[in-house]
Design a binder for this molecule. Structure first.
Ligand SMILES: Cc1cc2nc3c(=O)[nH]c(=O)nc-3n(C[C@H](O)[C@H](O)[C@H](O)COP(=O)(O)OP(=O)(O)OC[C@H]3O[C@@H](n4cnc5c(N)ncnc54)[C@H](O)[C@@H]3O)c2cc1C
Length: 433
């Protein structure tokens, strides 16, 4: 039994009193805050890091997945609305390139730094959004089945944000957990592993790309038995001589997947991630064409985490729903990314959807059980491990955020009904099917 002590009850200054409070400023939280503000709600967006974007920026993932569905020889957007707006804005400023064909679908390559600045502008251009960075939501104030406020840990002690409705876009279901509502986390065999992305500069990108996409896997098979993964990619950022390395698998000290809600494991993961990044960069310099004069410029600002806690909602989306291209009467988003698994062992597995196919996500998967004024979005929606393997990527996360923000804004006005949410999303240009 761990040692425990009572923490004195303290009062918290209320620093914002709004219609909609969004916790977490990753792809889902950004989508939620923008959608709610554009519907006229006064929004407070809370982000624990110094910048917005979540894994988009903090983990430097390097490609936006799940934007497109294949249409024979070409691709069209399956996640429209805010996800499409972000993709087109990055492309318009020369900071993104795509669709790039990949595994029967396609991705958008982008520059993480450019995304960081775009998100600064998107959030601050909406005058109804109050943005607080360095704002870790550490608790909630609950009254019956409703949240009244969230409590933010700050240098000045606890501060509170009061709201009519809330969106949990923390990726780890922090609001749901603090509220005492049902949540789940996959056991070791059912949880995706984390990765540490890294940036290399002074690369001869032309030579690296000319070697072909399969080269890295072959080189790892021949010389890289010591590396943490047997495959991966080097992703051009579109800036001269620069690539992002996506080729680490960060395991906990016991070899299993990390649970980064545990301080000791989170710390271990960051340190181990940087060690593995260094190891992978050294391998590229030694073996990969175009890397002779390259150097490891930096690792991503934080470890990239794919799967932790998620809400148990009114409906749990399943892997069969995703692969069976499910349709729902209360659909609020669509997705088309394959089920992508970074699990035990060194390989990464993809389970493709039927060609040209897409599935829907119901509003019920965004409704945590037992909480009347909370919606969840992004990688902490109510989904099983196999559904999450597809829905967790960034374009569907933005679409789920847009849906949750819409429901929360309408809910704050007293009409969060399925029909109203769907009508509003269609008006906003989101694709539900
Ligand atoms: C290494 C790696 C590579 C990936 N590659 C790709 C890829 O190439 N393409 C792709 O589309 N997807 C990729 N993904 C998946 C994708 O990045 C994420 O699943 C997606 O970002 C989920 O969005 P989200 O907003 O739900 O969560 P996150 O991106 O995790 O964002 C959550 C945000 O909430 C903040 N937060 C958390 N807790 C609190 C709190 N208590 N208070 C305040 N703020 C809080 C976090 O700081 C973060 O900004 C990858 C993921 C990883 C880890």
């Amino acid at each position: 039994m761990p040692d425990r002590l009572a923490v004195p009850v303290r009062e918290a200054e209320v620093v914002a009193d709004v219609d909609v409070c969004v916790a977490g400023g990753g792809p889902a939280g950004l989508g939620a805050a923008l959608a709610a503000a554009r519907l006229g709600a006064r929004v407070c967006l809370l982000e624990r890091h110094a910048f917005l974007g979540g894994n988009f920026t903090a983990a430097s993932v390097g490609t936006v997945c799940g934007l497109y569905v294949s249409e024979g020889d070409s691709f069209s957007y399956v996640t429209r609305g805010i996800a499409e707006e972000v993709a087109e804005a990055l492309k318009a400023q020369g900071s993104a390139f795509g669709p790039m064909p990949f595994k029967g679908t396609a991705v958008l390559l982008y520059v993480p730094w450019a995304a960081k600045r775009l998100f600064d502008h998107l959030a601050t251009d909406e005058e109804r959004i109050t943005l607080f960075l360095h704002a870790l939501v550490a608790d909630v104030v609950r009254d019956g089945d409703r949240l009244e406020a969230v409590v933010v840990a700050t240098k000045r002690g606890p501060q509170a944000v009061r709201a009519r409705t809330f969106v949990d876009a923390t990726g780890d279901a922090d609001l749901v957990v603090h509220a005492g509502a049902p949540w789940t986390i996959g056991d070791a065999g059912q949880r995706q592993y984390a990765s540490m992305q890294f940036v290399m500069q002074h690369v001869d990108v032309g030579a690296a790309m000319a070697a072909g996409l399969d080269t890295l896997g072959k080189l790892i098979a021949d010389h890289g038995g010591h590396l943490s993964r047997d495959s991966g990619a080097v992703l051009p950022t579109l800036r001269p001589g620069e690539v992002i390395g996506a080729m680490t698998r960060v395991r906990a000290a016991d070899g299993g997947p990390l649970d980064v809600t545990d301080l000791a494991q989170a710390t271990y993961g960051e340190l181990e991630g940087r060690r593995l990044a260094e190891e992978a960069a050294a391998f590229l310099i030694e073996h990969m064409p175009g890397f002779d004069d390259a150097f490891l410029a930096d690792t991503a600002p934080t470890l990239g985490v794919r799967e932790t806690r998620r809400a148990v909602g009114e409906y749990v989306l399943t892997g069969d729903d995703v692969s069976g291209l499910a349709r729902f009467d209360d659909a609020v988003a669509a997705g088309a990314w394959p089920r992508e698994y970074h699990v035990t062992g060194r390989s990464t597995e993809y389970v493709s959807l039927p060609e040209g196919g897409w599935y829907q996500v119901p509003l019920r998967s965004l409704r945590p059980r037992g909480l009347a004024n909370v919606w969840v979005a992004g990688r902490c929606i109510s989904a099983d491990h196999d559904a999450l393997a597809s829905t967790r990527v960034m374009a569907p996360s933005m679409a789920l955020g847009q849906a949750a923000g819409t429901a929360a804004a309408l809910g704050a006005r007293g009409d969060g009904s399925v029909a109203s949410v769907q009508a509003s999303l269609k008006e906003q240009g989101a694709f539900l099917g």
